[in-house]
Write a protein that binds this ligand. Structure first.
Ligand code: AMP
Ligand code: ZN
Length: 705
């Protein structure tokens, strides 16, 4: 008996450990067969010695007695739905609302897959599973504890004795499990399920838990409900802690600085969807900080701190005529599918991305194949697969190097494979395609923001230009001379050496309206380029295109260091101490500035008079919860107790930006005596106005809270 007890305990511990390795860590050490073998042994032991059985034994996952029906339960914390969108434009509007609501310029988000399963809430008291419930109408759901207990990804006990822990996630059926389930149903003469989601929902509503136990349901978790004796500060921390408690989380999720990175990660997620075991129908963006969640709150229906971005998949079939290689600003060669034009999602497409060589090989896409193209949401069209039956004879697997003839298709330079990025790169930093890409990035809206320098103009400035000139030299009469002008821009600093004439000669549609003989456009462009010299430092840092430094980080580096020279002088150690700057970023900043060539460009920029140190400081010590934090405030009229300078100083200390004119982006106007047009403007625009007493009260609150 003592031996049996010891063996049973040992088996339980091992079974739980293997269960965790399988579902949470996704790194099983033993085969399913060995697992079942151990489970059977434990069942036999518990049958022989019923006093050894425990309610949380892994054997209990086989399911108990059939139920009469499901009891309705009230959620301690409602299970809300999410606002959703299909477009990046609306996602950016969401970001703008969040930034505005928080009074900040950029927010840290977490991006997760939107799991297309059935949501579930699990309640643990002192570490024991006491309740599993469906979402129901959000306030009340069904008690499906008996069914949930059969799901191996649902821990029956968790590694905490906190009084209450409610964890929420999705139950799903993996693709292969779903296929097997349907095959079995068809054999048994039952109708197959339409999709994994229906099969999952149907399973959870089974009244016989033994039937549920036979279905290989899995689960992932991403949120909490009621918590007592346990707390989290951020979504990142939550997603890192859940596996430690015993809950599987998505294999893919990202912390993102700002909305641009969110968009990039959504595209990455789409590309890597096949790495996930479950179907997804989009992505969920959540503000990372729970303190900010509380600041933003929720509407009756959905939280204001999260948004679902849903895919609207549309597919079409067409023939792959050719694969071309595009060279980007970092030299990466991106394969692009040239297609027989086909109608897709409301437009005709003739090109689609193939992502990279590995993806082409994984999908075994070959020239001449009939391929499936897909457009999801606003993501650019992509080739997602081939119709194998329609493959013509004599094709070969794709080999990017051979396809490119071993060299860069633009400059003929050497190419090499970057193992980290699954990409081939042109190694020639003077490659015209790279210069063009770097210039486009430098002038783009999120960098130096130079208006009028579109793609065509950049292309013209970075290439050789053929110009025709009509010459009348009297002696030989009128003739047409042809000249080749060299590229005007070979690095981004050359932009600042451009003259209106140099631009005019290369202006893309010059021939068409050359007769106007006007330098108006070119002169305007020159002025815009000139004006960009005074830009804020973060724009310059972002514009330089340092690998791994996006807009958000560029802002941070500018704030922390105050000048480009300080950034260039900072060593890796100093960089790594800056919040959000990890080792990877620190290394890539160092590497960037250690390249002779980059330093030369920077010195050229300096000589041209580009400002290296314009930073609008956001007060470092300000209380981020205070009323004025991050707000744009306009002062007008005279205050009794403060001079204009004092009032400004107070506001800055609270983290506000004091601006001169009232506009749509103004958050608050402080109006003293004899306030004039600014007050009027604020009233017409509906901008909140504080009088002196209110101003003082808000200041005091800001300092206290
Ligand atoms: P909807 O049903 O379209 O309103 O979307 C909201 C639901 O998406 C939530 O109630 C969850 O059940 C589900 N969901 C799936 N994946 C996630 C995730 N990563 N984060 C939050 N909710 C998710
Ligand atoms: Zn090249």
């Amino acid at each position: 008996m003592a031996a049996a007890r010891a063996r049973a305990q040992n088996l339980r511990r091992e079974l739980e450990r293997h269960n965790r390795l399988y579902y949470v860590v996704a790194a099983p050490e033993i085969s399913d067969r060995d697992f079942d073998e151990m489970l059977r042994e434990l069942q036999e032991l518990e049958a022989a010695y019923p006093e050894l059985a425990t309610p949380e034994s892994p054997t209990q996952r086989v399911g108990g007695e059939p139920l009469e029906g499901f009891r309705s339960v009230t959620h301690a914390v409602p299970m809300m739905s999410l606002d959703n969108t299909y477009t990046f434009a609306e996602l950016r509007e969401f970001d703008a609302r969040v930034c505005k609501g928080l009074g900040v310029e950029s927010v840290a988000y977490v991006l997760e897959p939107k799991v297309d399963g059935v949501s579930i809430s699990l309640r643990y008291e002192r570490g024991h599973l006491v309740l599993a419930a469906t979402r129901g109408n959000g306030k009340e759901g069904d008690d499906i504890t008996a069914n949930a207990r059969t799901i191996r990804a649902v821990p029956l006990r968790i590694a905490t004795d906190a009084a209450v822990v409610e964890v929420r996630g999705e139950v799903y059926l993996g693709a292969s499990a779903f296929a097997r389930l349907n095959a079995r149903r068809e054999q048994a003469g039952e109708s197959p399920f339409a999709n994994p989601r229906n099969a999952t929902a149907g399973s959870l509503k089974q009244l016989d838990p033994k039937v549920v136990a036979a279905r290989p349901l899995a689960a992932v978790f991403y949120a909490t409900g009621a918590l007592e004796g346990l707390a989290f500060d951020t979504q990142t921390q939550l997603l890192q802690s859940l596996p430690e408690l015993g809950f599987p989380v998505s294999r893919l999720w990202w912390e993102c600085q700002g909305i641009d990175e969110v968009v990039a990660r959504i595209e990455e997620l789409q590309q890597r969807e096949s790495e996930l075991d479950y179907a997804i129908d989009g992505a969920v963006v959540k503000v990372n900080s729970f303190r900010q969640w509380r600041q933003l709150g929720a509407t009756a229906k959905a939280p204001r701190y999260a948004m679902a971005y849903k895919y609207s998949h549309e597919q079409a079939q067409t023939r792959l005529k050719a694969i071309t290689l595009q060279v980007g600003r970092t030299g990466v060669l991106t394969p692009v599918a040239e297609l027989e034009p086909v109608a897709l999602a409301g437009s005709t497409i003739a090109r689609a991305t193939l992502h990279n060589e590995d993806e082409i090989r994984r999908k075994d896409i070959r020239m001449g194949d009939t391929v499936i193209v897909e457009k999801a949401g606003e993501v650019i069209p992509a080739v997602v697969g081939v119709v194998a039956d329609l493959r013509p004879p004599g094709t070969a697997p794709f080999d990017l190097r051979a396809h490119a003839g071993g060299t860069c298709p633009v400059c003929g330079g050497d190419i090499s494979r970057d193992p980290a990025a699954a990409a081939w790169r042109c190694e020639n930093l003077d490659c015209p395609a790279q210069i063009r890409g770097r210039s486009e990035h430098f002038v783009s809206r999120k960098a130096m923001d130079i208006e009028g320098l579109g793609e065509a103009m950049i292309e013209a400035l970075t290439s050789e230009t053929r110009v025709e000139q009509t010459v009348d030299d009297g002696l030989f009469g009128v003739r047409t001379d042809e000249r080749m002008l060299p590229p005007a821009v070979r690095d981004v600093a050359d932009l600042y050496a451009l003259t209106a004439e140099a631009i005019e000669w290369r202006r893309p549609n010059r021939a068409a309206d050359a007769k106007k003989q006007t330098l108006k456009l070119a002169t305007k462009l020159c002025a815009a380029i000139e004006a960009s010299k005074g830009n804020e430092l973060w724009r310059l840092i972002h514009g330089l295109g340092i690998p791994n430094v996006g807009e958000g980080l560029a802002r941070k580096l500018a704030q922390e260091l105050g000048s480009l020279d300080a950034l260039m002088a900072a060593d890796e150690e100093a960089l790594a101490t800056i919040p959000d700057v990890g080792g990877i970023v620190a290394t890539s900043v160092r590497e960037f500035f250690s390249l002779e060539r980059n330093r030369e460009v920077i010195e050229k920029l300096r000589r041209a008079g580009v400002r290296f140190d314009r930073v609008e400081r956001v007060a470092q010590t300000a209380n981020a919860d205070g009323f004025f934090f991050g707000k744009r405030v306009v002062l007008t009229g005279t205050l009794e107790a403060y001079t204009r300078d004092e009032a400004q100083e107070e506001l800055r200390r609270c983290g506000a930006r004091v601006v001169g004119t009232v506009g749509k982006t103004t958050d608050v106007v402080v109006a003293g005596d004899a306030a004039g047009s600014k007050l009027q403007k604020a009233q017409t625009l509906g901008i909140p106005v504080l009088d002196e007493a209110q101003f003082r009260r808000r200041l005091e609150e800001s300092e206290r809270s």
